[in-house]
Design a protein around this ligand. Structure first.
Ligand code: FNR
Length: 345
């Protein structure tokens, strides 16, 4: 069996049931989380032949940062439940694979500690109602060396998880979460996610941090255009791994429309959700993504193999991508084009 496919059940053997469920689950009826991977597998390849693929090179850049392969790690919370070192072990694993790490604003490690690992990292931020909290987190992230700000926009309210019994919130200990929340006597209202955002938030973040801003959670071409017009440097086509609006369309289906809407601009398009194989990565790149993010597989790999597990996950996916590129007949990610894939009719 392929090692990546063993990870989720191996992680289940090590994790409390409530933590495993928290990582795995989607919101509401779980429609979107259930459809994500199948939507990638539904595409078919139209390979080229008699094309020299002896020198396949997966190296590329993301917002100017060189990466060994276009497979990055998505921001996710509760990493200290997977490994005692949490985000720091994740960072070491990502760094060894020559990739980039998305860091959740709810992380259980400080931005200074993360920066000290040397990993290139992007801050994922939720703008909260009390902007002073957000401002201070942004300043700390800049001081910790964040290279970009990822604004998650699919979470005006938190998706409903239909849990019964013990939850991860019963198990999480102080210090395992929210290591970057500025000291203060904050009310629930201060900390609630802002639900009055508009594209001006992009310029506000760029001005505050001096960093490129990536908007995460876009599923429509017209919204992608609004982000580009608002000054975004990148977009992540994402439905939050099916954890926000259940029944939102698979990212594999949304990506072509988004890529087409911003074609010709300098904006970089990324995608996440259900990407589990080299074939899925290749499909995403062909449909217009510059790189992909993986979420849950990185949490399973961190649980099972700590930093080394994360490195192996990323290098295994890169090897699969390399192999698939040779079979599709294309030597570089930048030469992958939409004509290489077809929708199955
Ligand atoms: C997430 N994700 C997420 N996204 C975000 O912007 N901020 C966050 O704090 C979190 N937290 C989080 C926790 C857990 C346990 C999971 C599984 C996911 C979403 C994440 O960045 C990404 O969009 C999806 O995980 C991608 O889908 P796959 O690869 O998990 O299918």
């Amino acid at each position: 069996m392929r090692w990546i496919d063993t990870l989720e059940s191996a992680a289940a053997d090590k994790l409390p049931e409530a933590v495993h469920r928290y990582y795995r689950q989607g919101s509401a009826a779980g429609v979107s989380v259930g459809e994500a991977t199948a939507a990638w597998s539904a595409y078919r390849f139209r390979p080229r032949v008699l094309n020299d693929v002896s020198g396949v090179d997966l190296g590329t850049t993301v917002l100017g940062t060189p990466v060994d392969a276009p497979v990055l790690v998505a921001p996710s919370t509760m990493q200290r439940m997977a490994d005692p070192d949490g985000e720091l072990a994740m960072a070491r694993g990502v760094s060894a694979a020559g990739s980039v790490l998305g860091v959740s604003s709810n992380a259980g490690s400080t931005f200074a500690e993360l920066g000290a690992t040397g990993v290139p990292w992007w801050l994922q931020i939720y703008i909260v109602r009390n902007r002073d909290i957000t401002r201070r987190m942004l300043d700390a992230a800049v001081a910790g060396g964040a290279r970009a700000v990822v604004l998650t926009v699919d979470t005006p309210v938190v998706g409903r998880k239909e849990d019964e019994g013990e939850t991860v919130w019963d198990l999480v200990k102080p210090g395992q979460l929210l290591a970057n929340l500025p000291a203060g006597d904050w009310s629930d209202d201060d900390l609630a996610k802002a639900d009055d955002l508009n594209p001006d938030a992009i310029g506000w973040l760029a001005e505050r941090t001096g960093l490129p801003v990536v908007v995460k959670g876009v599923l429509r071409g017209d919204d992608a255009k609004r982000c580009a017009d608002g000054g975004a440097a990148g977009i992540i086509v994402s439905n939050h791994g099916g954890r926000q609006l259940d029944g939102s369309i698979p990212t594999a289906q949304a990506l072509p429309e988004v890529a087409e809407a911003v074609a010709g601009s300098n904006i970089e398009v990324y995608v996440d959700g259900g990407i589990r194989r080299g074939e899925h990565v290749l499909t995403a790149l062909a449909l217009g993504a510059r790189a992909v993010f993986v979420g849950r597989p990185a949490l399973w790999a961190l649980t099972v193999g700590s930093a080394d597990g994360v490195t192996r996950l990323l290098t295994d996916l890169a090897e699969e991508l390399d192999h698939t590129m040779r079979l599709v007949g294309v030597p570089a990610p930048s030469s992958l084009t939409p004509d290489l894939v077809a929708t199955r009719s």
